[in-house]
Design a protein around this ligand. Structure first.
Ligand SMILES: [Zn+2]
Length: 230
């Protein structure tokens, strides 16, 4: 079966920036991504993801480093993260020319990785959260993400109250995409600056990799952002 090429462009950043989420193809393969958006493969940076809360501030050193978020003001570099159910998040401050990517699974969300990324953009590049725009890509949604109380509780501790979970027939249905939105708002990002994909990776196994649908080993799609053109 031929896999459809999918690049999803969030309708929030404007046209001065290259920002997109992928489906199964081109997935998170740097070679294919490079071809899809005309960037040199060597100028694509993806961290070594470990479900941490580590935010890497990327300078000119593009050597592999462990992190689950990357922020930078480097031009000409496409930064990305890979996911298969977890939430891919892109950030952009057009005023200070700063970009970011975040991998937010439940562990990262419980560790406030998006909030820490927003704070890092402020501390390192003087970004005002008011100026930051955020796109939250396709992930497993509440229709399909049933978790134990321990997971819900740890996400709730980091996120506070919000409309991101429901209790259905004794199961806890968690929506990490919405949880991340509820984390960004108290960090100062205006609600209208946040775009959320309405797609669920588990509901569309033809289009997206889903770790839970595959019951384990599967490929990865991604989220990518770069200031590639002046
Ligand atoms: Zn679903």
């Amino acid at each position: 079966m031929r896999v459809m090429e999918i690049l999803i462009y969030p309708d929030i950043f404007g046209k001065h920036i290259t920002a997109f989420f992928t489906g199964k193809s081109p997935g998170a393969d740097p070679e294919k991504i490079a071809g899809a958006v005309s960037v040199d493969k060597l100028n694509i940076y993806m961290p070594v993801q470990k479900h941490t809360d580590k935010v890497l501030v990327l300078d000119s050193d593009l050597s592999p480093k462990i992190a689950d978020a990357v922020i930078t003001n480097n031009r000409g570099i496409l930064i990305g993260i890979q996911v298969a159910d977890c939430v891919p998040v892109l950030l952009y401050d057009a005023k200070r020319n700063v970009i970011g990517v975040v991998h937010a699974g439940w562990r990262g969300t419980a560790a406030s990785i998006l909030k820490k990324s927003i704070e890092a953009m402020h501390e390192r590049f003087a970004s005002s959260p008011d100026d930051i725009k955020i796109a939250i890509g396709p992930s497993i949604r509440w229709c399909c993400y049933h978790v134990g109380y321990d997971v819900l509780e740890s996400v709730e501790k980091a996120t506070g109250i919000g409309e991101y979970h429901i209790n259905r027939g004794g199961a806890y249905c968690l929506d990490l995409a919405s949880a991340n939105k509820y984390q960004a708002i108290p960090a100062g990002v205006p609600k209208e600056n946040i775009w959320v994909s309405d797609e669920c990776t588990y509901c569309h196994p033809d289009k997206f990799y889903s770790y839970r649908f595959a019951k384990g080993t599967t490929g990865r799609q991604g989220g990518f952002i770069g200031m590639l053109h002046r």
